[in-house]
Write a new protein. Structure first.
Length: 182
């Protein structure tokens, strides 16, 4: 009887502690970009053009509010705790798409969900802890500014308290079983 009560208590505590998703605030994210990219969206940083103006092979710590990556104030990428916002403002340069690649995100990415409209025709890719964003229409902003926002979905991971309680529960169940056998 006592072992059932103990196991029920451990199961209840485990359910109460639950799981958590990764958050981006305070994370150091690596970034690179290519302003003349003409292939499908990718997370391969080998596709970045280190010779272009902007942020080739750089990094920034995510703060909110605050823009983490900016190219001449006209192209901005801002991360929040769980989203990425690409903004174009007064840009009328090359008609080639812009590829942005972000790596070293703190958690495994399971998806990118568009929030609102996609005025910049952004296509996305993600693998593990990397995101690729291909802006398909950089000529959008000769007379106005616009943005596209994506929620970043992370794999849920057990909180440390959940892992500890599960371990304690298994240890307790093992001890009770050992005591009963004697």
């Amino acid at each position: 009887m006592k072992s059932r009560v103990l196991l029920t208590l451990v199961a209840l505590l485990t359910l109460l502690t639950g799981t958590a998703s990764a958050g981006l605030i305070g994370a150091n994210i690596n970034a690179c970009w290519n302003t003349v990219y003409n292939s499908p969206v990718t997370t391969d940083t080998g596709q970045c053009d280190a010779g272009t103006v902007g942020f080739p092979n750089t990094s920034a710590v995510v703060i909110d509010p605050g823009i983490e990556f900016s190219i001449s104030g006209s192209r901005n990428v801002d991360f929040t705790d769980n989203s990425v916002i690409v903004s174009y403002n007064s840009f009328s340069g090359s008609s080639s798409p812009d590829l942005f690649i972000f790596t070293n995100l703190p958690g495994t990415i399971t998806g990118l969900t568009l929030i609102g409209g996609n005025a910049l025709s952004v296509t996305t890719a993600f693998t593990g802890t990397s995101i690729g964003l291909l802006v398909g229409d950089p000529l959008c902003c000769s007379t106005f500014s616009t943005s596209s926002t994506f929620q970043i979905n992370f794999a849920e991971v057990p909180e440390p308290a959940t892992v500890a309680l599960t371990g304690l529960g298994l240890l307790g169940a093992g001890l009770l079983r050992r005591i009963r056998r004697r």
